[in-house]
Design a protein around this ligand. Structure first.
Ligand code: CP3
Length: 345
């Protein structure tokens, strides 16, 4: 590993780097008092995402505090439906709210024409972060996978059973496909702009892949994501792509085989021996349950040790299995980073 080389990018290339790199999903967020301070200054959550100065600041905060190996752009997966013209709002304590789309008119109103103008501030954030980030810290860009983004677009927000989006996809397959096609196109544009602005790796979040019936996994999860990966790889063959089909269980292997991704992020429901089996094919990232970071102490350090002993002898990126919880004590994060840094393999 040369001096300017980044540990995280090296692991994604398949190098075993001794001490594995570490970053955390949702590492910028409400568990940090300095995030809350900037968040209070913004008019709303989307205003924070679309303000390059503020978004760059909160992207950099966890790097300054903890010295992670990678920063992840501060934005949200719902920037894409917003850019396609669907109204999106984030209500305090309630999560995202969208005007649900369940009709032909709703799908046809999604317009690619204004996507570029809408996401340009996010690209400015990427440029700004890259110019301020130390050379040995990588910058990750991201987007939601079309299925996960579509769940919010059709349900109008979060959901427990995904009844509306599944009913829509099954009973109006052509209309659903048209919606997915627009999301795919907008996402490729959005990600390509992140890369040309300075993102050095891309992560695709399919947070609700686990809600898809097994016989639709190919059509709803794999195929739209495969198109995005292929389009990005065609333009930027050297930019590593991490896929995250959260909750995919035994279908992780199929996902990895079909997609041509460089690494796979794994959720906490996946046993360590399945992670090792995935590691036969590509670098893995994950999968500490965020609850361990809330508990802290020995409970936390034992779980971290298990992951490091099982996985760090091959290409591995230490991470949580999903986003950090807002009630996590920052000292527990500092202890985690110290433990991973002390690992010599
Ligand atoms: O990881 C990071 O630090 C980068 C920023 C990031 C955010 N959202 C910021 C955010 C990333 C990568 C996301 C991805 C995202 N957004 C996903 C996929 C990953 C996952 O967690 O499953 C999803 C499903 C969303 C949609 C979304 N955004 C929801 C459901 C919510 C509300 C839930 C919550 O935690 O409040 C958001 C809001 C959101 N996105 C917050 C942050 C920091 C909290 C809002 C706030 O500060 O007011």
């Amino acid at each position: 590993m040369c001096a300017s080389e980044n540990r995280f990018l090296a692991a994604l290339r398949g190098d075993t780097v001794g001490t594995p790199p570490i970053w955390l999903m949702r590492q910028a967020g409400r568990y940090l008092p300095e995030y809350q301070e900037v968040r209070r200054q913004a008019a709303g959550f989307l205003d924070l995402c679309f303000n390059p100065d503020r978004a760059a600041e909160v992207t950099l905060q966890p790097i300054r505090r903890f010295g992670f190996d990678a920063a992840i752009l501060f934005s949200d997966i719902l920037v894409v439906p917003y850019a396609l013209g669907q109204p999106v709002d984030f209500l305090e304590g309630e999560g995202p709210k969208l005007d649900p789309i369940r009709s032909e008119d709703g799908v046809r109103a999604l317009s690619l024409g204004k996507v570029e103008a809408a996401v340009t501030p996010v690209w400015r954030t990427v440029e700004k972060v890259r110019s301020e980030l130390p050379g040995d810290v990588a910058l990750i860009g991201f987007a939601g996978a079309p299925w996960t983004v579509a769940t919010y677009m059709v349900e109008g927000g979060g959901s427990k059973d995904f009844a509306s989006v599944k009913a829509f996809a099954l009973s109006e397959p052509q209309l659903f496909q048209e919606m997915i096609d627009r999301v795919v196109e907008a996402t490729v544009l959005y990600l390509a702009g992140q890369i040309s602005s300075g993102a050095q790796a891309i992560k695709i979040f399919d947070s609700w892949a686990g809600a898809v019936p097994a016989d639709r996994f190919g059509a709803w999860v794999i195929e739209p994501t495969r198109r995005i990966v292929a389009a990005i790889k065609q333009r930027y063959p050297d930019i590593p792509v991490i896929g995250f089909p959260r909750g995919a269980g035994t279908l992780y292997h199929r996902y990895v085989d079909a997609l041509g991704i460089d690494a796979v992020a794994v959720d906490p429901s996946v046993p360590i021996d399945q992670m090792r089996a995935l590691q036969d094919g590509l670098p893995v990232q994950g999968n500490l349950d965020p609850a361990y970071l809330m508990a802290g102490g020995e409970i936390q350090s034992d779980a971290v040790n298990s992951l490091l002993s099982a996985l760090a002898d091959r290409p591995y990126v230490f991470n949580l299995g999903h986003g950090i919880n807002r009630f996590t004590p920052p000292e527990h994060v500092a202890a985690l980073v110290a433990q991973v840094r002390a690992w010599k393999g």
